[in-house]
Design a protein around this ligand. Structure first.
Ligand code: FRU
Length: 501
């Protein structure tokens, strides 16, 4: 029997909408035991269309339950990307009867104005919920922030400035990020803007986020600004760049050491793979060390509308913890899967000191289902040459990824990993990422679902996320090193098991 499109491609533990189109994650927050994910959604078709905010909730970031649509398009337009905050002090005075309002801040994108060629297509609006994010009321005074005269003015991300007791908003405006403040989420005052002469400007700036992170192993704190750009990504298409610096309440100033390093590296990327876009952090939660929780859209505008799923399109990335480390020259964002993932480990195949013989078969689908797996490995004493992991199946599909130690590049090659002909942009190259670490040992975590691979190398210093569409599930897992004399120090292949609902 032929395996259905749904069975082959519906992710096991990444969120995908039951039906219809999805792009950016929106308004993510944590409250009262639940993680909330809203998302750019067109429920009536599987390509981008009039945007709604879909909604899903989870208690563990992996088992998501889709909820009724949260926000529908209205007379102000489509509901574009934005954020949500828990207004604990009821600064908005939307809260009645002691209920804590959740306030969503989003872009109203007016297709009528787009047609007539008016500049003020995009304005910022708000809505509030008094039942913990389930149902929403749009504010009658919308829009709360009017277009300043730039065609692209969108994706407001709001956070509480505890030091100054006010709300900060970062919003994309053409090729810059603008900073606004508010006391009540309804009236906004512009402070500054950022972006001229710095960063990658080969595409439109979208989906910013601004947050503070402690620098691991010190008492120092720094601010991080995320800016998604499309196109201009390191491996073509859409991707998210970041800047590290300081924020004094009104100005974001890039750190000098970071600027210096930008001269060498040009841009810093949250993820070097082609399939992590428009990601931002959750409101109202951080981990015990002050790290932030992040999720992105696991696709790319180059081909998102064409991927071969029938009933729905797109999924979110695995939730990740973002932290900051100080390297030799400057600060770097590191990302790793959230620790909640540990709860889903069941069977574990552990191999220490794997003896290599050419292309060595590590394990097969008889022992591990590769559509829900986490693999941790360590390679010692890197030498010149290419280290390749390979997943393959009986259909002749093969997904290859690894490290080219001669060139100093990590790579993901999905060009023969299954169906690719839906777009000529999907498999026109091998995705590459420069290795930052100069450590002789190479460690990594590999997260596998039916149609995605997420690679976290060197403790999350280099991340690559890519999607693929094999004609059958992968059934064999191989590893090859430049020479048989070099052993794989260890490899843990773990089955992830989710109480799928
Ligand atoms: C990013 C984006 C946002 C916009 C949304 C529209 O992928 O272009 O800037 O708000 O998608 O769906």
């Amino acid at each position: 029997v032929a395996i259905s499109n749904e069975d082959l491609y519906r992710p096991n533990f990444h969120f995908s909408p039951e039906k219809g189109w999805m792009n950016d994650p929106n308004g993510m927050f944590y409250y009262n035991g639940y993680y909330h994910l809203y998302f750019q959604h067109y429920p009536d078709g599987t390509t981008w269309g009039p945007m709604h905010w879909g909604h899903a909730i989870s208690t563990d970031l992996f088992n998501w339950k889709e909820q009724p649509i949260a926000l529908f398009p209205d007379e102000l337009g489509y509901i574009f990307s934005g954020s949500a905050v828990v207004d604990i002090e009821n600064t908005s005075s939307f809260g009645v009867d002691g209920k804590t309002p959740i306030v969503a801040i989003y872009t109203s994108h007016d297709p009528k104005k787009e047609k007539t060629g008016d500049i003020d297509v995009e304005n910022q609006s708000i809505a509030y919920s008094l039942d913990e994010g389930l149902t929403w009321t749009k504010y009658e005074g919308n829009p709360v922030l009017k277009n300043p005269g730039v065609r692209d003015f969108r994706d407001p991300k709001v956070s509480w400035d505890d030091e100054r007791k006010r709300w900060n908003m970062v919003v994309a405006a053409g090729q810059e990020i603008q900073f606004y403040i508010s006391k009540d989420l309804k009236s906004w005052e512009k402070l500054t803007s950022f972006g001229e002469g710095i960063g990658n400007h080969s595409g439109v700036w979208e989906c910013p986020d601004l947050f503070q992170l402690p620098v691991i192993g010190s008492s120092e704190k720094k601010w991080v600004l995320l800016v998604s750009i499309n196109p201009g990504g390191p491996n073509t298409g859409s991707a998210t760049q970041y800047f590290v610096g300081d924020f004094n309440g009104s100005n974001f100033i890039v750190d000098e050491s970071f600027k210096e390093e930008m001269k060498r590296e040009h841009s810093f990327w949250v993820d070097h793979g082609r399939d992590n876009y428009a990601g931002v952090t959750f409101s109202n939660i951080e981990n015990k060390d002050g790290g932030k929780l992040f999720m992105g859209w696991m696709s790319n505008w180059l081909y998102a509308n064409e991927v071969p799923t029938e009933k729905w399109r797109s999924a979110t990335t695995t939730a990740r913890t973002l932290e900051l480390v100080k390297g030799k020259n400057t600060y770097r964002l590191i990302a790793n899967p959230v620790p909640e993932l540990h709860e889903f480990k069941s069977k574990k195949l552990e191999s220490l000191d794997v003896v290599l013989e050419g292309n060595t078969l590590l394990t097969t689908s008889k022992a591990i289902d590769f559509t829900s797996a986490q693999i941790n490995f360590k390679v010692e004493d890197l030498v010149d040459g290419v280290y390749t992991f390979e997943l393959s199946n009986s259909e002749g599909d093969s997904l290859r990824f690894g490290y080219d130690a001669t060139k100093g590049n990590y790579f993901v090659d999905r060009n023969k990993a299954g169906i690719t002909d839906f777009s000529n942009k999907f498999s026109d190259r091998i995705a590459l990422a420069p290795r930052i670490s100069n450590h002789k040992n190479w460690t990594g975590t590999i997260i596998l679902d039916k149609t995605s691979i997420e690679l976290f190398f060197d403790n999350g210093q280099t991340v690559m996320t890519e999607i693929f569409f094999p004609k059958a599930p992968f059934d064999s897992f191989y590893f090859k090193a430049p020479s048989d004399e070099y052993n794989l120090e260890y490899i843990d292949i773990q089955q992830l098991k989710f109480n799928l609902n």
